[in-house]
Ligand binder design. Sequence first.
Ligand SMILES: [Zn+2]
Ligand SMILES: [Zn+2]
Ligand SMILES: [Zn+2]
Length: 451
Amino acid sequence: MRQLTETDRDAIRIAQDPKFARWVEQITAIGGCAHPVHLSGSTTTLDGDSGEIIRHYDTRTEPGERLLVRCRNRRATVCAPCSRLHAGDTFSLVRAGLIGGKDVPATVRHRPRLFVTLTAPSFGPVHSAGDRCRPRRARTECDHGRSLGCGAVHGTTDSQVGQPLCADCYDYTGHVLWHAHAAKLWDRFVIDVRRRLASSAGLVQSRFAQHARLSFARVAEYQKRAAVHVHAVVRLDGPNGPADEPPAWGTAELLIDAVRASARRVLVRTSYNSAVGELALGWGAQIDARPLHIDGDGPDDDAVAAYVAKYVTKGASETGAGTDHPLTDWGDIESAPVSEHVRTLMRTCWRLGGTPEYEPLRLRAWAHTLGYRGHVLTKSRAYSTTYAALRAERAHHMGHADMPAAITERHWRYVGSGHTPGAALIAAGVADDLAESRRLAVEAQQEGGRL
Ligand SMILES: [Zn+2]
Ligand SMILES: [Zn+2]
Ligand SMILES: [Zn+2]
């Protein structure tokens, strides 16, 4: 017989606890979260008029005198169950903005809607996948005498893809500074699209908001070359948002023209630095803007929502373009499990982060994401629902919502986090069971749909 490990013994200890059944209930309620937060405290709900206690919950009777709540981490490598939940919420959020639902009217599907991809510009030649890796231009060698193509045929998963052909030619400074300004560049881009739409409709720019509203949800993705690119759903509504028809001039064609023109022209200038100068940063030449049609001609709405949701579960580390945690010193950079290309980008962040002109960019604090400090998902207010609303809806279904016209007193404090090895084993089993029953439910639903 196999020797019992420490983990086994711990799991047995937990299973023998008299409150084990209730503990499993808690673990199930948080979906088998891998790093739950432990809270201690109570909630008392009093009747608003009589002051009578309607409900009282106290962790004193719970296993270990604590309540476990989800860690809510979006990253699959940190917590798979919470990451799945977050991806599901993202899917719902993006989908609602495309076809309605979650308090968004179904009429949004008739609005001009685009799926837009914007890339970073080139910072230097890199190994490319697909066709033979060869120079893109007439020159076959760089100034350092290095070949601008290695001649191999790289598969898309080949680790060489995206690595510079000459690290001395590669514009590491430009790459890092572009990342640091990417969120601002997006903001400028959106403002410029509005401005263009206004001028093509013959409106004064300041009047745009009285005629139409531009909404979006965007995600950032690290490409092979460790540069972020952006996927976004963009929608044009009337001035009051989702419930409001756009003006007659607001067509998908006009929106596409505005998006393309703005993506080509818009720039952000960096602060002047004596070593770098002042850079004018814009989007790369690869701009994709395609309309989403309701008649199924073009990408399917659900596919677009799923595509966008996929990216929120990935951090920079999953794509090899960074690490999970901020880097605290130069030594962290040297020991990070990343490619030499990514390490050079981190070093560049560290170096530039030490110059006063770039201080506001907080390049050292964001060296682990190569200077990019935008959120993974960003959306405009009127696009659709929010993560908070989706969580509140879930809490309501589970009966955790507060009753109206009642006074609730809460006293909570943080008492710890995570699992012991045995608890982690059991929680992972619960998470697997939940994933399996969800899969079966989806299959059953699909079966039902076919009949
Ligand atoms: Zn979790
Ligand atoms: Zn190559
Ligand atoms: Zn070179």
